[in-house]
Design a protein around this ligand. Structure first.
Ligand code: M6R
Length: 602
């Protein structure tokens, strides 16, 4: 959450910072700001509520700047406003700072060191910059010393960038838990939360680790520890394809990303397939999994919903007992673990703080871990023992779509490889079955016009809705409901169809939309019974089913695929229903209210 950038070099810093912030807007978009230093070494601060486009409107266009820092915010402390927007400044305006993260002890720091200072914002961040100013003045410390001393007092998560008007040609930075990279160029250096922010300027980046401090000039990057020990680290080449960030003819990234799913599946098949057309994965990963007695899948949001489908795959194909847990619950309410657990972290971004706190804890217990992520070099990837990449390409829309189907696809490959290693699923050929799924997805995507009509008819004006299903269809119902609620703001529940009658059916009124997902032949009859029950109480029912199971009157019939892979096709119409409902309601589909793409606070 929140994105930070910093630039020092030959080009106009404000242009580079704004360009970078636009790329980071997925991390938070309730307010933004930049601090820039002009050719006469004077500082200028611009902050605005709303989007980067709103910030651009208040910036003096002819002001050439050589260095600066910028921020796009997802509010944690203090509502979105100009006062709470970053950068924040010390009272004497000498120091200016941007922050991504949460400072847990900001009130204690204020009470201990700055009882007299009156703050101008409600943020936890302002205290950091006031403290730097305090240590610099009271203890006659250099800026770097005051910065280090301040950072040593902070509890929480942070990526910080600091500028001092007395040294306008240096940017200081530090990090703990929140991501931060240095971008290295010729005639400039930069910092950013994500390589995407600077990829237009350079593809050479240096990863920064927790506890490291950076001082950056146009020509030099110095990394050191708190005690001043210098650290040297090679750059790596970021593989971000700028074309992947291009919207093309699409109005929203979500529409583009839904459409990309068949191609993503084919890319995964290609990435993990051997010459015989069978999945083949790193043997160290497989050996580590098969020497465990239980798998724990840890994830949040859509990744958590994908985890449930993964459980089905792992248990059915590989016969390994698998539990699925919400990261935010697991870390602080850990169940009794099996003797030899193996942890799988599912995370599109690889940066989710809730998941990372679990990884830190299970690593301390010396348990093995694997991260499935879309972002190579992300925190969860770096810190887990093993990584499998999703190969989905950048997912920009806040609502996750192609990462969900990519996660299930990689989990299917993993389950099959483990099964075969254990002498199970001998006849299975998931690579082939997933090829059939990709074609099936294409046929659903060709029904967009009809699905848009269904969205208009069933969901455009409703206040609430239900998705219901059993077994794997229930898992998809959970994801379908998250998708619909997060971008359309229709209050939606994904419910186990059989459980409705135990209480929740009381919420069904005349016209309540109930969307039933029916792809499992064994439970189809019972779910149809549940559809009858809600219809008898006035519900407006829509049935999504699969070839071979359809009945007269069903609205959508999906192409038949392998019984373990049905979520990959049944989720697609639900993504489209969410997309069109949001669109018709006039929402910003890609940037729904109150949300951010990468959730880097707990
Ligand atoms: O990057 P991650 O997969 O770890 O993110 C997890 C959730 O924050 C994410 O899936 C979120 O729920 C999306 N908004 C869902 O569309």
């Amino acid at each position: 959450m929140c994105g930070i950038v910093g630039y020092i070099g030959n080009k106009d810093a404000k242009v580079i910072l704004l360009q970078g912030l636009e790329k980071l807007e997925y991390r938070g978009y309730d307010s933004s700001g930049i601090f820039i230093v002009d050719g006469n070494q004077n500082g200028h601060l611009f902050k605005e509520k709303g989007r980067i486009a709103d910030l651009k409107k208040i910036i003096e266009p002819y002001l050439f700047s050589t260095s600066g820092i910028g921020h796009t915010r997802w509010a944690t402390h203090g509502r979105p406003s100009v006062e709470n927007a970053h950068p924040h400044q010390s009272t004497n305006q000498r120091f200016t700072l941007v922050h991504n993260g949460v400072i847990e002890n900001f009130q204690e720091l204020k009470d201990t060191y700055l009882p007299e200072i009156s703050l101008t914002s409600d943020t936890d961040t302002e205290i950091i910059v006031q403290l730097i100013s305090h240590f610099s003045e009271e203890e006659q410390l250099t800026t770097f010393e005051a910065f280090k001393k301040t950072v040593s007092k902070l509890k929480g998560s942070y990526a910080l960038a600091l500028m001092d008007t007395q040294q306008p040609d240096i940017i200081y930075a530090a990090k703990n838990k929140s991501p931060l990279l240095v971008g290295k160029g010729i005639g400039f250096n930069a910092i950013c939360s994500d390589a995407m922010a600077m990829i237009q300027e350079t593809n050479q980046f240096i990863e920064l680790m927790d506890g490291e401090f950076i001082s950056l000039t146009r020509d030099e990057i110095k990394i050191e520890t708190q005690d001043g020990t210098s650290i040297s680290r090679e750059t790596y080449t970021a593989e971000v394809n700028l074309d992947d960030l291009d919207l093309g003819a699409y109005p929203y990234y979500m529409a583009k990303e839904i459409d990309e799913q068949p191609a993503v599946l084919r890319k995964i098949i290609q990435a993990y397939q051997n010459d015989q057309g069978q999945f083949q994965l790193d043997t160290d990963i497989i050996n580590s999994v098969i020497s465990s007695d239980r798998i724990y899948i840890i994830a949040c949001g859509t990744s958590y919903n994908a985890g449930w489908v993964g459980k089905q795959l792992l248990e059915t194909l590989a016969h390994i007992p698998t539990e699925v847990h919400l990261s935010s619950e697991f870390g602080y309410n850990m169940p009794i673990l099996s003797k030899k657990p193996f942890f799988i972290f599912l995370s599109q971004s690889g940066e989710t703080a809730d998941s990372r706190q679990v990884l830190v804890k299970i690593k301390a217990m010396e348990f093995p871990s694997l991260t499935l992520t879309n972002v190579s070099g992300s925190t969860l990837s770096r810190e887990a023992d093993y990584t499998l990449l999703l190969h989905a390409g950048p997912e920009i829309a806040v609502a996750s779509t192609k990462a969900y189907t990519a996660q299930i696809t990689v989990l299917a490959a993993l389950s099959e490889v483990i099964a075969k290693k254990n002498g199970l699923a001998k006849e299975s050929n998931m690579a082939h079955e997933l090829g059939i799924v990709a074609t099936g997805m294409e046929s659903i995507l060709s029904e967009k016009v009809f699905i848009e009509q269904l969205a208009t008819h069933y969901l455009s004006t409703s206040r609430n809705a239900f998705y219901i299903g059993r077994g794997v269809d229930y898992y998809v119902a959970m994801e379908a409901s998250l998708k619909l609620k997060e971008i359309s703001y229709v209050q939606t529940e994904g419910f186990a169809a059989g459980e409705l009658k135990h209480g929740t059916i009381a919420l069904i009124e005349e016209g309540t939309p109930v969307i039933a997902i029916i792809t499992d032949k064994d439970s189809a009859g019972h779910t149809r019974g549940n559809v009858q029950e809600v219809q008898a109480r006035g519900a407006h029912a829509l049935v999504i089913t699969m070839e071979g199971l359809q009945k007269k009157g069903d609205q959508l019939v999906l192409p038949k695929v392998h019984s373990l892979l049905t979520p990959l096709v049944s989720v697609v119409p639900t993504q489209l229903l969410a997309y069109y409902t949001s669109l018709h309601r006039g929402n910003d589909v890609d940037k729904p209210r109150n949300l951010a793409k990468s959730v880097t606070v707990e």
